[in-house]
Design a binder for this molecule. Sequence first.
Ligand SMILES: O=C(O)C(=O)Cc1ccccc1
Length: 320
Amino acid sequence: MPGPAAIYTFLGPQGTFTEAALMQVPGAAEATRVPASNVNAALDMVRDGSVHAAMVPIENSVEGGVTATLDAIAGGPELRITREVLVPISFVLVARPGMALADIRRISTHGHAWAQCRLWVETNIPGAEYVPGSSTAAAALGLLADGAHYDAAICAPIVAQEQPGLSVLAENIGDNPGAVTRFIMVSRPGELPQRTGADKTTVVVPLPEDRPGALMEILDQFATRGVNLSRIESRPTGQYLGHYFFSIDADGHVQDARVADALAGLHRISPATRFLGSYGRADAQKVVVAPHTSDEAFHAAHQWVDGILQPRPGLPETAS
Ligand SMILES: O=C(O)C(=O)Cc1ccccc1
């Protein structure tokens, strides 16, 4: 990980939930932080080497995967996830001073924020129209621009606290009070984060075509090695209709024998499988490993096979 001279980018501008996620990273407060206007722009900065790493959203508890991020890291020059961060999400509705709820017709925010506040909006501002925004903070700041074409924005409480030109019309408007979003730190391929025993591995597996049971075979690579999956999503590759890849999070580190063995199995089934990283779980929860899928069990099994392939001359044959 880069030190104090680190340069990080994030889905900006200042005041996004993604910035809050970045600020949880040790050393981020002292680092140079460059806002990006969308996820692709942030990842391009990583790929061209102008920043060390990017913080981007990947999954939320209501909408599931952030498709822009899943697709952007699945293709193009390889990137690696080095860390995950969880941020509890709470939304406020902001407008220019003097506006009341009854005046609001058009609301802008990030698509995921809209999805997480839909019921509240339907109940409290029936018929309100959604104006897509590149982020929650960008939507809120847009209200202050001349000729803003919407009346209110949904954003994080901090934006309203730091912008005197915005007033809060409603607080805690998320439909799910326990909503959490998962963010990932992404860099160019380099040293793997250390194995901690509480790790996750992310892979992208293109689904082989015209092969009955291919998905079952993919899942089986994990199941037979006792590797638990915490997320699996299918996404169209964008090449042509019906061509999909799977984005998968598995418990464990690629330095765990069972995970390495599962990845080797995936590669045999789908040679374009992409390794996106092994990194510590945000909740630091240790992965439970059955004895027959431990590193020791794999090591003993490999030694046994090696012994069969290269019998040592002079030793009597064993019964097994
Ligand atoms: O727009 C933001 O503030 C983001 O960081 C993206 C986002 C939007 C809604 C929930 C979580 C993350």
